[in-house]
Design a binder for this molecule. Structure first.
Ligand code: WT7
Length: 654
């Protein structure tokens, strides 16, 4: 990032507005007054939230401690247990309520009540203790989306052992890196997992990974796919054997609010993954509060966060937030297209899901597949939709609202990060007037700004770098084992501000429009352009489902815009369509944004969590060797695109 030309030129004009429906506003959990209350005294505000939402063993008398910035603490003299907050305290009032409607990818369904979940968690927690795992020991969890992944997280929390969940799609090398970096001594995995009709050999991956991790003395194996697995005597134990004789009660380890709850690795743009450390009291406060406000959770809601539990979205909004609030959720094991492309809509109909939270990549995939699949099902139970993970293109937003939400559901576009722990910038569905493509404004108790290269707030209407200006309860506390990198990565650019690494523009109303990662910003003829606006102009074309743009070096303009476009359904692309798309962008947002080249492709390179990897598209566009591909989910598409790009280069449209 350079400071010479700080402003990110923002070109797009999106003027559709959706005020909250009156009936929604009238019953909403979060009201306009929250903003003022929080602004008047943020610390008192968060203290009220934690007192009302959580059950503390020793209620805290401290709020935020600012004595050693950026190592802030929250509620440090309080003690509590996260699993007690998610389970035990609900048993009396809602023990028989369903915590999870679990649905396997093969046709299988199990309803798990709060009482069931509590019992399973206690048995596993006892089993872990029996294997010598205790407070402070790190436990890795490498599972698919089976109920045991939730049980495992809460069992760790129950005994004060920080967990590190490793997404089930990661390779043995990635597993080993994380296990070693984190000093893990026990693992919980499965024989395999079902995904898209295929078996993922979890245990085989673990066996390879653990060859380089001799400190792991225990590996607990959930039986799921019943495939043959290797076995290391003494180290390996079947989950069902371990828990069989364990009591159904387990005394929880009460911990200080700042005791580590989990470490979750997230890839930086370079270098080894960062172990984001979250602690207990502040984190639970943040996720419980934001889950109530943003998703407007009510007793009769059926809530479905369709992320994987292996990402922070799953930690905060499948496990800790919803369970702390006593919600009934859906947990689905498999892929959206298995056995057919209407699987999600079948699930929504079956459980009468009222709230759905997913990623733009999923929404764009559904757009590509076509409306016939959602149209097969009754989706009228839905009352609120959420989006997370990337900027959502306005056309995808509108499609989501109309096709899935029946034209009436508010759509909350929620901006946050693994590091922030909870949703930071988002509409409140009963308060905010929605603008497709905008995440609205910081939630009550959260303060952000958009600044230039020197850290000066830029005027409304301009773009710059997104920063967070005050500590918040669920913030990361450090990078595990690397305080220096924590300070360097987030706190060294500007005095006293957390650098998010995203570009952002505020419009004249003060609403935030996220512009993508700073590393992806392009510089065309001296204009700093964000990727998202040009991508959204492409997605605005009726034949386009998904688009990614990058800057590639260009002798005259510094960088030229190279676009990669996936068309909807059966649309056939040709030179005429490419010309039309280039013109469409120019008409929509101006000649400066007209892509110099467009490559049509069946798919885009994505991370395993579904984010477009523009970095690899830059490598392809500049005909370079590909950079780090360890987080790439779909390797085949890269060579396909490279071939297409080569053709396009030789026929450069200029
Ligand atoms: C990055 C964080 C937060 C849970 C899932 C991702 C991007 C996330 C939005 C949004 C625009 C978004 C940002 C952010 N991002 N949500 N609503 N609009 N961009 O967690 O893997 O830590 O990624 O995702 O670039 O920095 P993560």
């Amino acid at each position: 990032m350079s400071s010479d030309s700080p402003n990110i030129t923002s070109l797009e004009l999106e003027d559709r507005r959706f005020p909250p429906p009156d009936d929604f506003a009238a019953q909403a959990n979060a009201r306009e007054e929250l903003y003022a209350e929080a602004a008047a005294d943020p610390e008192a505000f968060w203290t009220r939230q934690t007192t009302e939402l959580l059950t503390w063993e020793t209620p805290p008398t401290q709020g935020v401690d600012r004595s050693n910035p950026p190592f802030f603490t929250w509620f440090a003299d309080g003690t509590l247990n996260a699993s007690v907050n998610c389970l035990d305290r609900h048993l009396e009032t809602r023990g028989d309520r369903v915590a999870f409607h679990w649905e396997g990818e093969p046709d299988e369904r199990v309803d798990i009540t709060y009482r069931d979940l509590h019992e399973r968690v206690c048995r596993l927690a006892n089993g872990l203790r029996a294997r010598g795992v205790g407070k402070g020991d790190r436990v890795a969890i490498y599972l698919g989306m089976v109920p045991e992944i939730v049980v495992a997280m809460l069992a760790c929390a129950r005994i004060g052992a920080p967990h590190t969940v490793i997404f089930g799609g990661f390779s043995p090398d990635s597993v080993r890196d994380r296990v070693v970096d984190c000093g893990v001594t026990a693992m919980i995995t499965g024989d395999g997992a079902w995904r898209g009709g295929k078996l993922v050999a979890l245990k085989a991956n673990v066996d390879t990974a653990l060859e380089g991790a001799p400190d792991v003395h225990t590996c607990i194996v959930v039986r799921r796919t019943e495939n043959e697995v290797g076995w290391v005597e003494d180290r390996d134990v079947w989950y069902h054997d371990l828990v069989a004789d364990q009591p159904a009660e387990c005394a929880p380890e009460m911990v200080g609010a700042e005791h580590p709850l989990y470490i979750l690795y997230t890839s930086g743009s370079t270098g080894k993954p960062k172990g984001i450390l979250h602690t207990t009291g502040g984190y639970l406060t943040g996720v419980a509060a934001t889950h109530r406000w943003v998703f407007d959770l009510k007793d009769d809601d059926v809530y479905w966060c369709a992320a994987d539990a292996g990402w922070v979205t799953g930690h905060s909004y499948i496990v800790y937030g919803p369970l702390a609030n006593g919600a009934t959720s859906v947990l689905y094991e498999g892929a959206p297209g298995t056995p057919d492309k209407d699987r999600w809509w079948q699930i929504v109909e079956r459980y009468a899901v009222t709230i759905l939270y997913c990623a733009p990549t999923a929404i764009r995939t559904f757009m590509k597949w076509g409306v016939e699949y959602p149209k097969r099902h009754d989706l009228s139970s839905l009352r609120l939709l959420g989006s997370v993970g990337e900027p959502i293109n306005p056309e995808a937003w509108i499609w989501y609202r109309d096709t899935i939400g029946g034209g009436t559901c508010p759509v909350v576009d929620t901006w946050w990060q693994t590091e922030t722990g909870n949703i930071m910038i988002s509409p409140l569905p009963g308060v905010s007037t929605l603008k497709p493509g905008s995440a609205s404004r910081p939630l009550p108790g959260i303060t952000a700004d958009v600044v230039d290269g020197e850290g000066r707030s830029v005027p409304l209407g301009q773009g710059g770098y997104l920063v967070l200006t005050e500590p918040w309860p669920a913030m990361l506390r450090t990078l595990y084992g690397d305080d220096d990198r924590f300070v360097e990565t987030y706190w060294s650019q500007y005095e006293g501000m957390y650098l998010a690494g995203d570009g952002c523009r505020r419009d004249k109303d003060g609403d935030y429009w996220l512009l993508g990662r700073i590393d992806d910003v392009m510089n065309v003829s001296g204009h700093r352009l964000s990727t998202i606006e040009i991508e959204s102009a492409l997605v605005d074309h009726p034949k386009v489902a998904e688009a990614a743009v990058v800057g590639r070096s260009d002798e005259t303009t510094g960088q030229a815009i190279a676009a990669f476009v996936t068309l909807k359904g059966d649309v056939v692309g040709d030179e005429a369509l490419i010309a039309e798309l280039r013109q469409h962008v120019a008409t929509k947002i101006g000649g400066i944004a007209r892509p110099k080249s467009i490559v049509l492709t069946d798919d885009l390179p994505k991370t395993r969590s579904g984010k477009i990897m523009r970095r690899l598209l830059r490598d392809i566009s500049e005909n370079r060797q590909l950079g780090d591909v360890t987080t790439l989910a779909n390797e085949d598409v890269v060579s396909d695109i490279a071939g297409q790009a080569e053709k396009a280069r030789s026929a450069d449209s200029g």
